[in-house]
Design a protein around this ligand. Structure first.
Ligand SMILES: Cc1cc2nc3c(=O)[nH]c(=O)nc-3n(C[C@H](O)[C@H](O)[C@H](O)COP(=O)(O)OP(=O)(O)OC[C@H]3O[C@@H](n4cnc5c(N)ncnc54)[C@H](O)[C@@H]3O)c2cc1C
Ligand SMILES: *[C@@H]1O[C@H](CO)[C@@H](O)[C@H](O)[C@H]1NC(C)=O
Ligand SMILES: *[C@@H]1O[C@H](CO)[C@@H](O)[C@H](O)[C@H]1NC(C)=O
Length: 531
C-alpha cells in the first residue's frame, strides 16, 4: 500500500467507524477470530456507544488537561484480561491501519499513552496486574498494569528487610515507569528500577510472546529505559529485590530566603551527590506568598537507610548548614517511609497503597534538566527572582552520585550517569479551566526553562524520558523524520539513541509501534516514499 492509500484507508475507516456499526462489527470479528474464546474479547472491549466508555477512558488519565472534549478520543478501548486479547489487538490494528496506545498507569506527563492525532485504540493494561514475590531467590514477577504502591505493598507483606528502588508516587504504573528508567529515593544506593530488572515478557509486532532469552539482549536492553511502547507491549517484568534495614529515618525541613535558603541550597549542591549513598536528600524549591512579601521556600525531604543516631552524626559532619535537630528525624519501617514520602500522615495504614486513584490531581506541565556544575549564589538568586516573577513553577532537585555514577552510560538506554550532580524537574500545576490559562502556564514553564540554559547540561541538553516533554520535538513525516527524532532522542538517550534505532529497525521495520516520540525505524519513510 502506498502512503497515500494508507492515509486514505485510515480516513475512510475513521469516518465509517464514527457513524456506523459495520466497521465496528468487522473489527470485533477480527478481534474475536484472533483471540481465545474465553474470556471473550468482546466483554473487555469498550466502544463510545458502551455506557462505561468515558469512565474507562478517564479512570487512568492522570493529567486532567487531557480530559477536555477537544482531546482526541480512541475508537475503542481494549482492557485485556488474557494475553490473546493483546495479540489480537496488535494484529487487527495492523490489518485495519490503526495506531495502538498502550497504557499502564496513565501517568505520561503529555498524555501519550491515551491521546493521538491519528485514528487509534487504547490497550489499557489495568486488569493485568498480578505480583508474585519469591523470597527464595529475592525476586518478583510484576505485571505491567500493577502500580508501584501495589508492588511495594506486596514486597513489605512478605519481608521487612526487602524493598525495590522505584518512584515515590504510588499510583505510577510499572509498565511505563520501568520502561522509561524509574528513579526514587534509593537511587543513590541501588540505581534505577531498570538497573534491577532481570527479565521481562513482551508481545512483539507479530503477536509473539518473548521472554529475555527469546527476545535477545538487544531488545531486552532497549526496553529498560528506551520506552517500551516503541518496541511492543510489555506484559511483565522480573525484578531483583534489594535489601533495606528494619529501621530507616526520614525528615522534612523547610527554609525560606529569610532563613538562609539560598546559602543552604548552594551548599546542598556540593554535598548531596557526594554524601553517603544511604542518604537521599531531595529539595523542592517554590515561590510562596508570605505576607508582607513573596519569598522562596526550600523543602528538604530525605530518606536515610539507617538509624536517626547515625544520620545525625552524618549530617553534623557533612551538612551542618542545614541545622538539622534530632526532633526533625523520624524512625520508621521502609514501607512507612513510602507513605511518608507520598505525604500521608504518620500512622496511615499501608493499605492505602492499594488505592489506584491518587489523593488529588491537577493539570500540569513538566520539564527536566541535568546540572553538572554547582550554580553560584548570585545565579541562584537570579533564578528565585525569575520564579517569583512567574509565581511558579516549582523546582524539584534530585541528587545523583553513588551507584548512579558507577554504572556506565551505555549499560541501559538511560545515559545520565557519572558527572551529573542533580536533576531538576520543573513543574507548573493549575486547577483553572480554559485555553488562556493553559497557554499562560505553558509560557511560564518555558520561559524559566529558557532562562536556565546557561546553568544546565548542553550538547545535548539532557532530559529524562519518564518526564515526557513534547516541547523537545516530535516525530515528523517523511525522509527528514530520522534527523528530527535524533534532535529530541539524543536529549533523552545521548549516544544510546543510535543503538535504539538499530533495535527498533530490527524488531519493528514497518514502524507499527509509533507515537509522537517513538524511536524511528531506519529507512521506513524512505521505503514508503519510494513506493
Ligand atoms: C504524580 C507523578 C509522580 C511521578 N513520580 C515519579 C518518580 O518518582 N520517579 C520517576 O522516575 N518517575 C516519576 N513519574 C513519571 C513516571 O515514571 C512516568 O510518567 C511513567 O512513564 C509512568 O508510567 P505509567 O505506566 O503510569 O504511564 P503510562 O502513561 O501508562 O505510560 C507511559 C509511557 O509508557 C508506555 N507504556 C505503558 N505501559 C506499557 C506497556 N505495558 N508496554 C509498552 N509500553 C507501555 C506508554 O505507551 C507511554 O508511552 C511520576 C509521574 C507522575 C504523574
Ligand atoms: C459494548 O457494546 C457492545 C454492543 O452493544 C457489546 O457487544 C459489548 O459487549 C459491550 N462491551 C462491554 C465491555 O460491555
Ligand atoms: C525520500 O527518499 C527517497 C528514496 O531515497 C527519494 O526517492 C525521495 O526523493 C526522497 N523524498 C524527499 C522528499 O526527499
Amino acid at each position: 500500500m502506498s502512503a497515500i492509500q494508507t492515509i486514505f484507508t485510515i480516513l475512510l475507516l475513521h469516518v465509517s467507524m464514527a457513524v456506523s456499526d459495520p466497521a465496528q462489527e468487522s473489527f470485533l470479528q477480527c478481534l474475536s477470530a484472533h483471540s481465545q474464546p474465553s474470556p471473550p474479547i468482546s466483554s473487555v472491549t469498550f466502544y463510545p456507544s458502551n455506557s462505561s466508555f468515558t469512565t474507562v477512558l478517564q479512570s487512568y488519565i492522570r493529567n486532567p488537561r487531557f480530559t477536555s472534549p477537544t482531546t482526541p478520543k480512541p475508537l475503542f478501548i481494549v482492557t485485556p484480561t488474557h494475553v490473546s486479547h493483546i495479540q489480537a489487538s496488535i494484529l487487527c490494528s495492523k490489518i485495519h491501519g490503526l495506531e495502538i496506545r498502550v497504557r499502564s498507569g496513565g501517568h505520561d506527563y503529555d498524555g501519550l499513552s491515551y491521546v493521538s492525532e491519528a485514528p487509534f485504540i487504547i490497550l489499557d493494561m489495568f486488569n493485568l496486574r498480578s505480583i508474585t514475590v519469591n523470597m527464595e531467590d529475592e525476586s518478583a514477577w510484576v505485571e505491567s498494569g500493577a502500580t508501584l504502591g501495589e508492588l511495594f505493598y506486596r514486597i513489605a507483606e512478605k519481608s521487612k528487610i526487602h524493598g525495590f528502588p522505584a518512584g515515590v508516587c504510588p499510583t505510577v504504573g510499572v509498565g511505563g515507569h520501568f520502561s522509561g528508567g524509574g528513579y526514587g529515593n534509593m537511587m543513590r544506593k541501588y540505581g534505577l528500577s531498570v538497573d534491577n530488572v532481570i527479565d521481562a515478557r513482551i508481545v512483539d509486532v507479530n503477536g509473539r510472546i518473548l521472554d529475555r532469552e527469546a527476545m535477545g539482549e538487544d531488545l531486552f536492553w532497549a526496553i529498560r529505559g528506551g520506552g517500551g511502547a516503541s518496541f511492543g507491549v510489555i506484559l511483565s517484568w522480573k525484578i531483583k529485590l534489594v535489601a533495606v534495614p528494619e529501621i530507616v529515618t526520614v525528615f522534612r525541613v523547610e527554609k525560606t530566603l529569610e532563613q538562609g535558603a539560598t546559602d543552604i541550597v548552594h551548599q546542598w549542591q556540593y554535598v548531596a551527590d557526594k554524601i553517603h549513598e544511604d542518604l537521599f536528600i531531595r529539595v523542592v524549591v517554590l515561590p510562596v506568598n508570605k505576607k508582607p512579601r513573596q519569598t522562596i521556600k526550600a523543602k528538604f525531604v530525605a530518606l536515610f537507610l539507617g538509624t536517626a543516631k547515625d544520620l545525625i552524626a552524618l549530617m553534623d559532619q557533612s551538612f551542618p548548614e542545614l541545622g538539622l535537630q534530632r526532633e526533625d528525624l523520624i524512625e520508621m519501617t521502609w514501607i512507612e517511609s513510602v507513605l511518608y514520602w507520598s505525604n500521608y500522615p504518620t500512622g496511615t495504614s499501608p493499605d492505602v497503597l492499594l488505592d489506584r486513584q491518587p489523593q488529588s490531581e491537577k493539570s500540569s506541565k513538566k520539564k527536566s534538566d541535568y546540572v553538572q556544575n554547582p550554580i553560584s549564589k548570585k545565579d541562584l538568586e537570579g533564578i528565585w527572582k525569575k520564579m517569583m516573577e512567574q509565581k511558579r513553577p516549582a523546582l524539584t532537585l534530585n541528587p545523583y552520585g553513588g551507584k548512579m555514577s558507577e554504572i556506565s552510560e551505555s549499560e541501559t538506554p538511560f545515559p545520565h550517569r557519572a558527572g551529573n550532580k542533580y536533576k531538576i524537574q520543573y513543574s507548573v500545576t493549575w486547577r483553572e479551566e480554559g485555553a488562556e490559562d493553559l497557554n499562560q502556564n505553558l509560557d511560564r514553564i518555558r520561559r524559566l526553562y529558557d532562562y536556565m540554559t546557561p546553568y544546565v547540561s548542553r550538547s545535548p541538553r539532557g532530559a529524562y524520558l519518564n518526564y515526557r516533554d513534547v516541547d523537545l520535538g516530535i516525530n515528523g513525516v517523511g525522509n527528514a523524520s530520522y534527523a528530527e527524532a535524533r534532535a529530541w532522542g539524543t536529549k533523552y538517550f545521548k549516544g544510546n539513541f543510535d543503538r535504539l534505532v538499530e533495535v527498533k529497525t530490527a524488531v519493528d521495520p514497518d514502524n507499527f509501534f509509533r507515537y509522537e516520540q517513538s524511536i524511528p525505524s531506519l529507512g521506513f519513510w524512505t521505503r514508503v516514499m519510494a513506493q
